[in-house]
Design a protein around this ligand. Structure first.
Ligand code: ADP
Ligand code: MG
Length: 614
C-alpha cells in the first residue's frame, strides 16, 4: 500500500526524474499556487477577475489604478454592495463563493464568478489589501494578506463598496514573474480587458489610471451604441451597422462594419456570450462566412457582437478564466449569427440613399426616388440614437478615397459601400486604359473597374440562378473526356451535386477521368479541361471548410471571373449602360467577389478638397 501524507511542498523529495517518488498530497499553499497559474496568468487576468467581482456586486462605478502595467500594483475600487464583516475572512478561502450553492445552480449561472477561486488564487501570489464596507454597516473591514496568509484584520473607516489592492504579483513565484512582459505590454492587456468588460456593461462607469495618468474615462452610457462610440471611437461607429435579432431563444446584437472597413488582424472582432467576453472559433467562423466574398482574403471586419442565449444552453465552465464557452447546439448558433450578419450586410448596399448622391437621383421622378426617400427615412430612424442625430449617420469616411498600395491597419476605401449609388442615373464619359469606366452625375464622379463590376454582377446572377433551381447548361456536341490527377478526381467526385447546380453535367468515368456532357452556358467558350482543373483548384482554395455554401460560392466566383469582361477590353456604350443597370439590381454592389472595391466615387466636396478650394 502506498503511504499518503500531507507535507509541505518545500519538504518534498527533490530527485531526478528517474527516481520513483512517493505519492503525497500537496500542501494547501502549493495547490493554491498551481490553481493560481490557471486563473492568474498576468496582471490583466487579475484585473478581469476583480472587475467581474465588482460587476457581480452591482457596482455602477469602477476605478482601476495600475503601476508598472499592473505588475507592481493593481488597485480596484467599486461602489458595489461590499462584504460584511463576518464574510471577509471567507472571501480568500479556496472555493469560497456567495454565488452558487448547488450543482443545479451551476447550470443556470447568471453571475460572472462562481468558482470561488479567484481571490484565493490572486492572494496566494501577491500582497493584498482589502477594504470593504456594506451600505448598512457603520464601519468597514480591512484585511491584509501576504502570499495567501492573513497578516491583519481590523475594523476600518471606509466608503461603501470594496477596494482591493494587489501588489507585487508573483513576488513569491519567480518562475512566473519571468514570463511577464514589458510594462507597456502588460498595461495594454489590462486596457484590453477593461474595454471588453466596458462594452458588455454600458451602464457602468469605468476610469483607469496608470502611474497617475488617466488612460480611460468611460462615462455611464444609456445605449450600447453610445458605449461603443466612447470605447472604440467614432470611426468604427460611422462605418458600422447595428444588428439585433432574436432567433430560437437566441439574441444576436451589436455592431458590424461595412465591407469596405476592414483590418489586417482579428483584433476588431469582439464576441460576448451572455455579457462575458469570449474567444470563440465558432462565432469567428460564422462572422467570417457572412463576410465571405465581400472582403479580401486575410482582411477582417470590425464587429462587436453579443450573443444572449439561455444559461442552460451554454457551458461557461470550460476554462478557469471563462474566456471559452461551449454551446449546446453549436450548429444553431453558427447559423443564427451567419444569417443575421448576412442579412444586415445585404442591406448595406440596400435602398437607402445618401446625401452624396442626391444630385444623381433627385432629378429623376418615378419609383427610384420614392424608394430612395423611403430608404433614407428608414435608415435615419434606424441609425439615430438618443445622444443626438449628428454623429450616428453612416457618413462616408473622411479623406481616403482610394485603396493605397500599402493599406494602413484600418482602410476605409471610399467605394460607396455605405451608400447606394444608382449607376444608371449617371452619364457615361468614357473608358480609361481599357479598364476603368468614367461616369458622372451633377455632383459626383464615379470610376468603375469594369472587370470587378461585371464579376460581381455575374456572381450574383449565378447565385440567384442556382437558388432558383440551377444554372443554364450548354450540352456539348461531343462529350469530352477530361483526365485529372487522382486527387482532383476524388475531390470532384464528392461535389457532383454542386457541380450539377452550377451547370456542369459530369460523370466519373473511372481511371481519374471525368466525362463532361454539359457546361454552364456562360462558359461555353472556355476550354473544358482547364475549366474543371480550375474548379478543383478553387474548391481546394476554400481550405478545410465543410460549408457547402462556401464551396458553391467559390465555384461561382471562378465562373464569374472567367466569364466577366476582362481588363483592357473595349466596352461599347450600350454595354456600359447594361452593366450599370445590372449593378443597380444586385445586392452587395460595392466589392467584387474577391473583395476588391468595384468602384470609387468622389462628390463635389471631395473634388473641392483635391483642388484646394476648401
Ligand atoms: P467568485 O467570484 O467565483 O464567487 P471570488 O474568489 O472571485 O469567487 O470571490 C469570492 C467572493 O468574494 C465572492 O463570491 C463575493 O461574495 C465576494 N466578493 C469578491 N469581490 C467582491 C466585491 N468587489 N464586492 C463584493 N463582494 C465581493
Ligand atoms: Mg470572482
Amino acid at each position: 500500500m502506498t503511504a499518503v501524507f500531507a507535507v509541505d511542498a518545500s519538504k518534498m523529495p527533490k530527485g531526478a526524474g528517474g527516481l520513483r517518488r512517493k505519492i503525497v498530497v500537496m500542501s494547501e499553499s502549493l495547490s493554491s499556487k498551481i490553481a493560481a497559474g490557471e486563473v492568474v496568468e498576468r496582471p490583466a487576468s487579475i484585473v478581469k477577475e476583480l472587475i467581474e467581482n465588482s460587476l457581480d456586486a452591482g457596482a455602477t462605478e469602477i476605478n482601476l489604478e495600475l503601476e508598472k502595467g499592473g505588475k507592481k500594483l493593481i488597485r480596484l475600487t467599486d461602489n458595489g454592495e461590499g462584504i460584511s464583516h463576518e464574510d471577509v475572512p471567507l472571501v480568500f478561502e479556496r472555493h469560497a463563493t456567495s454565488k452558487i450553492y448547488s450543482f443545479e445552480e451551476l447550470l443556470e449561472i447568471g453571475s460572472f464568478g462562481f468558482r470561488g477561486e479567484a481571490l484565493n488564487s490572486i492572494a496566494s501570489v501577491s500582497r493584498v489589501e482589502l477594504l470593504t464596507k456594506k451600505g448598512d454597516s457603520l464601519s468597514g473591514t480591512r484585511m491584509v494578506l501576504e502570499g495567501g496568509v492573513i497578516r491583519e484584520t481590523s475594523e476600518a473607516g471606509c466608503p461603501d463598496g470594496t477596494s482591493i489592492r494587489v501588489a507585487d504579483i508573483f513576488y513569491n513565484t519567480p518562475a512566473r514573474l519571468k514570463f511577464l512582459k514589458q510594462d507597456a505590454t502588460e498595461k495594454a492587456h489590462c486596457l484590453d480587458i477593461v474595454t471588453r468588460l466596458a462594452l458588455a456593461n454600458p451602464g457602468v462607469k469605468f476610469v483607469v489610471t496608470a502611474n497617475g495618468r488617466t488612460l480611460l474615462n468611460i462615462p455611464r452610457a444609456e445605449t450600447l451604441a453610445e458605449r461603443v462610440m466612447s470605447v472604440l471611437g467614432d470611426e468604427i461607429m460611422h462605418n458600422s451597422r447595428p444588428v439585433e435579432e432574436t432567433r430560437d431563444c437566441m439574441t444576436v446584437s451589436g455592431f458590424i462594419s461595412a465591407p469596405h472597413f476592414t483590418r489586417s488582424n482579428t483584433k476588431g472582432m469582439l464576441f460576448h456570450v451572455n455579457a462575458r467576453p469570449v474567444r470563440d472559433g465558432l462565432l469567428h467562423n460564422a462572422v467570417m462566412s457572412a463576410y465571405r466574398r465581400l472582403i479580401e482574403p486575410r482582411r477582417y471586419p470590425a464587429v462587436v457582437l453579443f450573443m444572449d442565449v439561455p444559461a442552460a444552453d451554454v457551458d461557461i465552465n470550460v476554462h478557469p478564466t471563462k474566456m471559452e464557452v461551449r454551446f449546446r447546439d453549436s450548429r444553431a448558433v453558427y447559423t443564427a449569427v451567419q444569417q443575421v450578419i448576412s442579412e444586415t450586410l445585404s442591406d448595406i448596399s440596400g435602398a437607402e440613399g445618401p446625401s452624396l448622391h442626391r444630385g444623381a437621383v433627385e432629378g429623376r421622378p418615378g419609383p427610384d426616388v420614392d424608394r430612395y426617400r423611403a430608404g433614407v427615412h428608414e435608415a435615419l430612424t434606424r441609425y439615430t440614437i438618443a445622444t443626438g442625430p449628428e454623429k450616428m449617420y453612416f457618413s462616408p469616411p473622411e479623406g481616403k478615397h482610394l485603396a493605397t498600395p500599402d493599406p494602413p491597419d484600418i482602410t476605409p476605401v471610399r467605394d460607396g459601400a455605405e451608400e447606394r449609388l444608382f449607376f444608371s442615373s449617371l452619364e457615361y464619359q468614357g473608358q480609361v486604359d481599357g479598364t476603368y469606366l468614367i461616369l458622372a452625375g451633377p455632383e459626383v464622379l464615379v470610376i468603375i473597374d469594369q472587370h470587378a463590376a461585371h464579376e460581381r454582377v455575374l456572381f450574383e446572377k449565378f447565385r440567384g440562378a442556382s437558388r432558383a433551381g440551377g444554372m443554364e447548361e450548354q450540352r456539348l456536341l461531343f462529350p469530352e473526356a477530361v483526365s485529372l490527377s487522382p486527387r482532383s478526381y476524388a475531390l470532384l467526385s464528392e461535389y457532383m451535386e454542386l457541380m450539377k447546380d452550377a451547370g456542369f453535367e459530369i460523370e466519373p468515368y473511372g481511371d481519374a477521368t471525368m466525362m463532361v456532357r454539359s457546361v454552364p452556358s456562360v462558359l461555353a467558350d472556355v476550354n473544358v479541361t482547364e475549366l474543371l482543373v480550375d474548379c478543383v483548384e478553387e474548391i481546394l482554395s476554400t481550405g478545410k471548410t465543410e460549408n457547402i455554401e462556401e464551396i458553391r460560392d467559390s465555384v461561382y466566383t471562378l465562373m464569374a471571373c472567367k466569364s466577366a469582361i476582362k481588363a483592357h477590353q473595349r466596352m461599347t456604350e450600350p454595354e456600359v449602360t447594361a452593366l450599370c443597370r445590372d449593378l443597380d439590381q444586385i445586392p452587395f454592389a460595392s466589392t467584387c467577389p474577391h473583395g476588391r472595391p468595384l468602384y470609387v466615387c468622389f462628390d463635389a466636396g471631395d473634388l473641392e478638397k483635391m483642388f484646394k478650394r476648401k
